[in-house]
Design a binder for this molecule. Sequence first.
Ligand code: X2W
Length: 309
Amino acid sequence: SYIQHQLSTAGRLNGVARAYIRYNSTRSTVIQLLNNIGSKREVEQYLRYFTSVDSQQFAVIKVGGAIITQNLNELASSLAFLNHVGLFPIVLHGTGPQINEILEAEGVVPEYIDGIRITDSKTMSVVRRCFLEQNLKLVDALEKQGVRARPITGGVFTAEYLDKDKYQLVGKIKKVDNTPIEASIQAGALPILTSLAETPDGQILNVNADVAAGELARVIQPLKIVYLNEKGGLIHGESGEKISVINLDEEYDSLMKQPWVKYGTKLKIKEIRDLLMHLPRSSSVAIISTGDLQKELFTDSGAGTMIRR
Ligand code: X2W
């Protein structure tokens, strides 16, 4: 049909435009912009590496909800930079703090078991509202920076109840459909996802965003998996220092026994281990701040906390 023809033409043009942007950025912009972060050799080498795979396999970036409130502009410009050099990170965000703020204002005390929110139907309506609001905020901020971004707030994660008696409307992801993500990238837009899931018969369920990012990365198998948080890494609960490397094969069991490893931190480390078990041994996960994103991606030294096995 006419529309299909238009769409496929647009897709082709996009591909050409993208290749052109890649070529041009490699030659000049990137090197200029990154001169203060890495050497020209490093930057060129990483850029070649990142563009050697399908666009959707560059990176999965998980954005903690706190960043959208506290650091939206820095986040948007870091993502815009990646897109301007022809890369399409898949962004998945949470909205934990925003949910808590609304619940507390309504006099409801947020309840968690092991880092997972107990989500009754009243809480669920706050969860949905916050996910949609924060998603649009991020999409708007990107569009203001001249980046096309597409809100993807459903249609990716199919779930069952995790444990209905214990957590109520919380999902355990059973299937990931990356078609909406592929379509977004094909159309030249950064895919911006929430971690909301749906049962096969259409019930929306709440899923922890760290967990959903892990499930997504298992399917996408990206070159880079990055968890952005406000602390810029994993902080040791006793020394207060940033942990630079965690080797799971040696450290997982002892780490999980530490008294300061609990709730969301415990859940995050467990999810990252489960993920790395399903990826090639060379894969690693980085937990960093938004400001360190370029350093992490384009230099040998990296930043924040690196987790591998
Ligand atoms: C999370 C989803 C949001 C989230 C919640 O309701 O808080 C469950 O716990 P952050 O900002 O990444 O923490 N869902 C089931 O994970 O947001």
